[in-house]
Design a protein around this ligand. Sequence first.
Ligand SMILES: Cc1cc2nc3c(=O)[nH]c(=O)nc-3n(C[C@H](O)[C@H](O)[C@H](O)COP(=O)(O)OP(=O)(O)OC[C@H]3O[C@@H](n4cnc5c(N)ncnc54)[C@H](O)[C@@H]3O)c2cc1C
Length: 400
Amino acid sequence: MFFNGIRPKAEKCCGCEGCREICPKSAIKSTEDTDGFIIPEVNLDLCVECGLCEKVCPMSNADKITSSTEGTAYAAVNKNGTELSQSSSGGVFSLIADYVLNKGGFISGAAFDSTLNLCHIVTNHSDDMQNLRGSKYLQSRMENTYTDIKSILNTGKLVYFVGTGCQVAGLKLFLRKDYENLITSDILCHGVPPQSVFNEMIKAVESKYNGKIKKYSFRDKSVWGWSCSSSSSNIEIRSKLKYLGNEPLQQAYFNAFIKADNYRESCYVCPYAQSRRAGDITLGDFWGVEKYIPIKDIRKGVSAILVNTPKGHQLINKIKNNLNLFPASIRDIEHINRTLVEPTPRPAERELFFKKFKENPEMTLMTYYKPSMKRDFVYALKSNSVTAKMIILVKKVLKK
Ligand SMILES: Cc1cc2nc3c(=O)[nH]c(=O)nc-3n(C[C@H](O)[C@H](O)[C@H](O)COP(=O)(O)OP(=O)(O)OC[C@H]3O[C@@H](n4cnc5c(N)ncnc54)[C@H](O)[C@@H]3O)c2cc1C
């Protein structure tokens, strides 16, 4: 049986919640596993073994979803400077979203609520764009997103859904038919930590400063630009908002994420970590772009995009006047973005991370993932960015 007892094995479930949403008997509920990841649990008394849960599972049906050939690759930069600054990469998501909103359509993507819980929302309000923009390095809850999207699609309105490869696949499998009015973007994703790890980091920062974090950015470009973007937050202390950039705990969370020590088990065997993709347009960062394409100014970000379907090509044609678009090669993008080739290898330290983190979150982050110049330098070298290397050098000199 698909559930192998009442829960699927950890590496067999990506936490998209599609099985819970589709179950005609409401026999499945979302629970948390011991590491804090969302995992479905079936009530065997209610289950009628109809098999729908298995049919909509992205981990079991990747071959039905991924494109049959590789897409067309581009480097892309949004010409609108404000949108570009607020986006994590080259701001392509915002341009597609603007287009869909202007057509009277809906956008669905990951946004923090007022208590910093990350959840997919479905909206047709441009005010929500601020919350939707930017990468959030933890898993977004789907809750009833797939059901809500299906209702809107059935009215004939346009919907643009953005998520990880498994979330895009989860939606498509849940819908169980093609909708002409659905556009999807999958993001290049190397894995997701659970909400609980993020919550503990936030708790530690709030207690350190005796305040309440109101806004969080994982990729703040305002100080060091795109290639050296860092985590920042706005914290309310005695009714005053204070900007926390380069905060050690926030940086340590990011370091743990980059080291891949706290991902879902399914991320290390992700069937969507390959060059044949789940969405109409794939969105990512074009790390090392300056080696391949002579773009004048890359300081505010450059997207790597893959256009995977005829629908994706039509869309790019519609928005291309607002984009600086440069033909590229997937081989150049995958040089650093290994998620286009294979899933992130499971580090030996993963067990240790969750064991130690449960004992003492702050100590774990600050002992094993403490920000250091050396770590920054290795990251800069990996990202292969000349700007990044120069900034690290300047930081080093200034510190002396
Ligand atoms: C967990 C994660 C891992 C990533 N790993 C890589 C990588 O290895 N290589 C790479 O090149 N790019 C990676 N990215 C993608 C990259 O950071 C940008 O999100 C992407 O390039 C889109 O950037 P943009 O400038 O077009 O728009 P942005 O405005 O930055 O777009 C953000 C979009 O991503 C969605 N989103 C944000 N966080 C999440 C989330 N947790 N789950 C689902 N959807 C989310 C938002 O809904 C929004 O639609 C990752 C993103 C995430 C969230």
